[in-house]
Design a protein around this ligand. Structure first.
Ligand code: HEM
Length: 223
């Protein structure tokens, strides 16, 4: 009983912590995105080019991505879901729309300009975008059809994917702190850089699948 009560507090506490730590990245992404869209970046940046479509795609994706990163932890607060279902639904709609725009914007940029890290990074990031598209679509599809268990499963996948962009920076920060940047270079072709191309979402998705498989396992009770 005590353990259950402790877990009930642990989940919101961890979600709040994630929001708090991710907030500087949210601000950074909004700042970068709006500066790029207005052609008013404080310094020239390789992401900005004379390809207007690529610019609109990538800088819009930063703003909508920031919104997703900010809002997605709130969706998992059980008390908010129960006490404010209208908030849950509206915030959910905003997250889904923003996630779709984020993924499409990133994919347009990859298609038109390619990432700084070349083919391996293009593939890793494109797969990330496609997975976000799938998870966002499935989350809303199951909610609309009233399949709440499937909705929860996909929402959990979307949650970890949505935090992926922030986790990418967290991994780099911790790695540079621990190793000074071993197997990493400005061209993003070092061993660590290559692992990171999928390392910011694949391990978390595996974790989610293991968790869901465990949850689905029938509980055998002795008669
Ligand atoms: C989930 C929320 C997301 C946020 C907040 C976000 C934010 C950002 C930011 C701020 C940058 C600039 C990188 C820098 O710091 O210099 C960036 C770059 C990029 N993002 Fe995202 N992003 C998100 C999701 C995605 C998704 C889903 C895709 C995949 C389609 C994607 C593809 C890219 C690409 C291709 C770049 C440029 C990489 C390069 O060549 O430097 N992002 N993103």
């Amino acid at each position: 009983m005590k353990t259950r009560r402790a877990t009930a507090y642990l989940q919101p506490a961890l979600l709040l912590l994630a929001m708090l730590f991710a907030f500087p990245f949210v601000l950074y992404a909004v700042q970068f995105g709006q500066g790029g869209l207005r052609n008013a970046l404080p310094e020239p940046h390789y992401i900005f080019s004379d390809n207007a479509t690529a610019n609109i795609g990538i800088f819009t994706h930063m703003i909508t991505g920031a919104l997703v990163t900010l809002l997605v932890p709130l969706q998992l607060f059980p008390s908010l879901r129960a006490k404010a279902p209208r908030w849950h639904r509206w915030s959910g709609r905003i997250i889904i729309m923003s996630a779709l725009i984020t993924a499409v914007g990133g994919l347009i940029y990859i298609g038109l300009r390619g990432t700084i890290g070349g083919t391996a990074m293009n593939i890793g990031f494109a797969l990330y975008g496609v997975l976000i598209l799938i998870a966002a679509t499935q989350t809303v599809r199951h909610a609309r059809s009233g399949r709440i268990s499937a909705h929860h499963d996909w929402a959990l996948r979307l949650f970890w994917l949505a935090l992926g962009s922030w986790l990418y920076r967290v991994h780099y920060g911790l790695w540079y702190l621990a190793t000074g940047g071993l197997w990493s270079n400005p061209q993003f072709t070092g061993g660590f850089d290559l692992a990171q191309n999928i390392g910011f979402y694949v391990p978390y998705l595996i974790g989610v699948e293991l968790y869901l498989a465990r949850k689905r396992r029938p509980v055998h009770r002795h008669p």
